[in-house]
Design a protein around this ligand. Structure first.
Ligand code: NAD
Length: 334
């Protein structure tokens, strides 16, 4: 039987590159469509590659028709929430208008199945007691989260109007790296906690700052749900398989998280343990807009995708991130 082909838009980025490896391993052909604005050519593992922009509707449609694409996985976006507050227009332009172009191209090519990269940021202020369930209202607090929530609204409308079948995977804190070292986290600028702590352990930054030590949490620092990028990748494979099996109707948001929270101090301690390096920690004031606790309710992913996190112990996450980053840092020093 010939392989089914999946178009992975933004497949040369951090989560996209891990997902392409997982889709290939699961027996799919993959077409990576990327403009390499933040992605990396050496992290492009697609069976085929097309260099292009989300705004090029004709190129997207041609790629889908040429390769006989049956499903799209869409990662391409600007992702830095802080930056989105200072310069919102490119975020709406890329993340919302770009996705509208992609949907138009899908319609033109007759492709009606989409896995969309959404985020826990869509919950924003909707931080109920306990874990975050998909039934909570979308209440983003910055243009980045708003851009993702807007796309979810569009997908819902397209389900009713055109029969689009889509799954929005709402990731919690993506981290870790491919255990075989083929790809890993390389954002520029880096704003995510684990790579920043690793930079402190590598001496690439003077210290790691902990923002807020007076939250209502056991050690006073913020609690987040850290999910290994390989677990995210397997969640995308499961979502694509659900779409292709015909089990999915309409639009469904699904959290990808572990359902367990870890404090910033616990993460910092894990990097100390795994690296064996002591580094300076500076305690700083809270940042605006950081909720105390963000942890996923992971039940829906288990029920609908038969998926659960398997590699997301903090030890495994930090070990894989360290093994990916440390040799590169040493090589740069030489
Ligand atoms: N990293 C996280 O912690 C996290 C958490 C929640 C959600 N997400 C979402 O996951 C997705 C992937 O995140 P990531 O960390 O891998 O980001 P990334 O920046 O590493 O990857 C994004 C990829 O999309 C490509 N791209 C961006 N705009 C494009 C355009 N207009 N045309 C073509 N290609 C374009 C980039 O070149 C890059 O390869 C994003 O949609 C992001 O919002 C990420």
């Amino acid at each position: 039987m010939s392989k089914q082909t999946i178009l992975v838009v933004g497949g040369a980025g951090y989560i996209g590159s891990h997902t392409v490896l997982a889709l290939n391993a699961a027996g799919f052909d993959t077409v990576v469509y990327d403009n390499f604005s933040t992605g990396h050519r050496d992290a492009c593992f697609g069976t085929h590659q097309v260099e292009g922009h989300l705004h090029d509707t004709a190129k997207l449609q041609d790629a889908m028709m040429h390769y006989g694409v049956v499903c799209v996985v869409h990662f391409a976006a600007l992702i830095e929430a802080g930056q989105s507050v200072r310069t919102p227009l490119p975020f709406f332009q890329n993340n919302v208008a770009g996705t509208l172009n992609l949907l138009e191209a899908m319609q033109g090519a007759g492709v009606a199945r989409l896995v969309f990269s959404s985020t826990a940021a869509t919950y924003g202020n909707s931080t109920a007691e306990g874990t975050l369930h998909e039934a909570l209202p979308r209440a983003p607090i910055n243009p980045y989260g708003e851009s993702k929530a807007m796309v979810e609204t569009v997908l819902e409308a397209c389900a009713d109007a055109y029969g689009l079948q889509s799954i929005a995977l709402r990731y919690f804190n993506a981290c870790g790296a491919d255990p075989e070292g083929r790809t890993g986290e390389r954002h520029d600028p880096e704003t995510h906690l684990i790579p920043l702590v690793i930079e402190a352990a590598l001496g690439q930054r003077e210290c790691i700052k902990i923002f807020g030590t007076d939250y209502d949490t056991p050690d006073g620092t913020c609690i987040r749900d850290y999910i290994h990028v390989c677990d995210l990748a397997s969640g995308h494979v499961a979502a694509a398989k659900r779409l292709l099996s015909g089990a999915q109707t309409g639009f469904t948001p699904i959290n990808l998280g572990t359902g367990r929270g870890l404090s910033v101090r616990e993460v910092v301690d894990a990097v100390r343990r795994v690296s064996g390096v002591e580094f300076k920690v500076e305690l700083a004031e809270r940042r605006l807009g950081d909720p105390a606790i963000l942890v996923a309710d992971a039940a829906r992913a288990q029920t609908l995708l038969n998926w659960q996190a398997r590699r997301s112990s903090i030890e495994e996450i930090v070990r894989d991130a360290w093994a990916y980053t440390q040799p590169r840092a040493t090589a740069h020093e030489c």
